[in-house]
Design a protein around this ligand. Sequence first.
Ligand code: FES
Ligand SMILES: [Fe+2]
Length: 337
Amino acid sequence: MPPYPNGWFAFGFSDELPRGGLLSRPFMGQDVVVYRTQSGQACAVDAYCAHLGAHFGYGGSVEGELLRCPFHGFCYDTHGICVKTGYGTKPPPKAALKVWHLCETNGVLLLYHDCANAAPTWDVPALELDGWTRAIYRKFTLFDHPQETTENSVDIGHFAFVHKYRNTRMLREAVTRGTYLSTAYAAQRAAPGLARLFPNAWLDFQFETQIHGLGYSLVNVTVPSVNVQARLWVLPTPIDEERIQLYLATRIKIAESRQVHPLLAPLPKRALHALINRVMLNSLANDAQQDFVIWQNKKYVQPPALAEGDGPIGKYRQWAKQFYGDVDPEVRSQVEG
Ligand code: FES
Ligand SMILES: [Fe+2]
């Protein structure tokens, strides 16, 4: 599989980047810097200065609306254009940085990658966040590929074996619409954290997966018996040809909290919600960690030998082909088998 699919991929979270802040991370085999100007605009550029190649991640700073290089003080605007040198002389006309398409949606900083450098033709929809807790997150570095990790959420068969869910069943057919794919399924699970908080050891869960490209999956989780709704984000981002940064994030919303454990009932609502959100995130991370050993040691089988009970894996793979653009026919044949 080509290591870098087209689409929106997470670089981090909005609250990691205050005004004047700068994050430097590997992204799709390159060093990329994302900074936030004093007016609040986030901007993503290649990490190396066009003047003599200093790395903005090592001493670069935000000066008002500009990114300042640590080496000779050249400053760049959010279009990547050098607008002043550190000497007060005329900026060299060729001094420009590659600017990545960036959007901040639902608290996630997303960068767009396209193998032919084309502009994005689709986006990740913004959600209503009223009444939801703030997002909390964890991240892991893995030897894996985003197509493989995202496939996990349509791989209904593995839930019983790897995650010990009971009674997993599809609630409807998988739906695809352009770069969007959605599934819905239900299961019973005994999350260790939740089992400590709620009276029932086994809870009915409903999951609706909304996948926007290979880098952005949102799982809407409903636990009807306790009126908890959760949003789980699974965001795999290639950092080089072999590894991904897997970002996991959660927000929750609770309609009623009467059924929580009596010991927790006196907690102020905000603290209770934050606690339950933490439990959700840990439970998501536990599930993901159960997958890690399989993911990091499996190979990509195409075409796979599918069986009834697998879930819509064939449909998913067909859909996933669109994210490789006009790649070399030989590379494409590796994806298509
Ligand atoms: S290398 Fe950046 S200003 Fe000289
Ligand atoms: Fe899994």
